[in-house]
Design a protein around this ligand. Structure first.
Ligand SMILES: O=C[C@H](O)[C@H](O)[C@H](O)COP(=O)(O)O
Length: 276
């Protein structure tokens, strides 16, 4: 495992400075933080803390990759505020989803595309899982394809998350590891994907629209998502990613390996910045 450097920043003065914990060994506790006179910090408070810490790395004039999800939404909100108050200027953003595009436009953040700006200075985005190697699972919000394109084109990629996202091994949360597939013969690919990870107790499910109907969820790119649920974590993410990508009809998968420059995790002991 690459040696990680860990910089601990206390969340606020009222939180006792803790020695940096081994972030992956703590059992996850629900997100209410209580110390003597401290208000309780919600999970959204933690997401915002991580987002605000990441935005400190944004400089005027940067081309930015704008992530997707509830944590990344706090990043976009902060950027809009800094632009509106003149603390930042001359930044331009490439959104990783239609909903990030809408949010950024509503905050008057200038937007562009990868076609026009193929070299991105910094991307900031959330993650669904972070393992000790700073490898990630992303895509539970359906944005994995555009996120991976934007983040792969970025000189730096900062991940922001609360510490509920920490796992000892990818797929270990028991939650979805998304694979974006073409609509054509999606069931054929669902069966093949499930078979690929039989030994991990994998169950594959077509993601539904979530509006109470049986309609499949359709990504911004017009594709479907097959969610893979593992009983045991993936041992070799790179091998797994290669096998998934080799399948005809697979567009992209949610394993983001070796891509994060740093990961900012907000938790009960404060904000930790991890770099490889
Ligand atoms: O497709 C969605 C993205 O990968 C999100 O970054 C990821 O799902 C994390 O989202 P959240 O910050 O809402 O947990």
């Amino acid at each position: 495992m690459a040696s990680l450097s860990l910089h601990h920043i206390s969340t606020t003065p009222f939180v006792r400075r803790a020695t940096p914990l081994n972030l992956w060994t703590r059992t996850q506790k629900p997100f209410s933080i209580r110390s003597q006179s401290a208000p309780v910090l919600s999970q959204d408070d933690l997401k915002r803390l991580a987002a605000d810490k990441a935005v400190e790395s944004v400089k005027s004039g940067m081309v930015l990759g704008l992530g997707t999800g509830s944590t990344a939404a706090f990043v976009v909100e902060k950027l809009g505020h800094l632009l509106s108050t003149g603390q930042l200027s001359n930044i331009i953003g490439i959104p990783t989803s239609k909903r990030t595009q809408e949010q950024a436009a509503s905050l008057n953040i200038p937007l562009t595309t990868l076609d026009l700006h193929p070299h991105i200075d910094l991307a900031i985005d959330g993650a669904d899982e972070v393992d000790p190697n700073l490898d990630l699972v992303k895509g539970r919000g359906g944005a994995l394809l555009r996120e991976k394109m934007v983040e792969a084109a970025s000189s730096s990629f900062i991940v922001v998350a609360d510490d509920s996202k920490l796992v000892s091994g990818l797929g270990g949360s028991g939650l979805a590891m998304p694979v974006e597939v073409v609509q054509f013969c999606w069931k054929y690919n669902l069966v093949r994907l499930e078979g690929l990870f039989k030994e991990l107790g994998c169950e594959a499910k077509l993601r539904l629209a979530g509006d109470g109907s049986e309609k499949p969820y359709v990504t911004d790119n017009g594709n479907y998502i097959v969610d893979l649920y593992f009983k045991n974590p993936i041992k070799d993410g790179f091998a797994a990613g290669k096998e998934i990508s080799a399948m005809e009809g697979v567009v992209e998968h949610g394993l983001f390996l070796g891509m994060a420059t740093s990961v900012i995790i907000a938790g009960k002991t404060g904000v930790e910045v991890m770099t490889k």
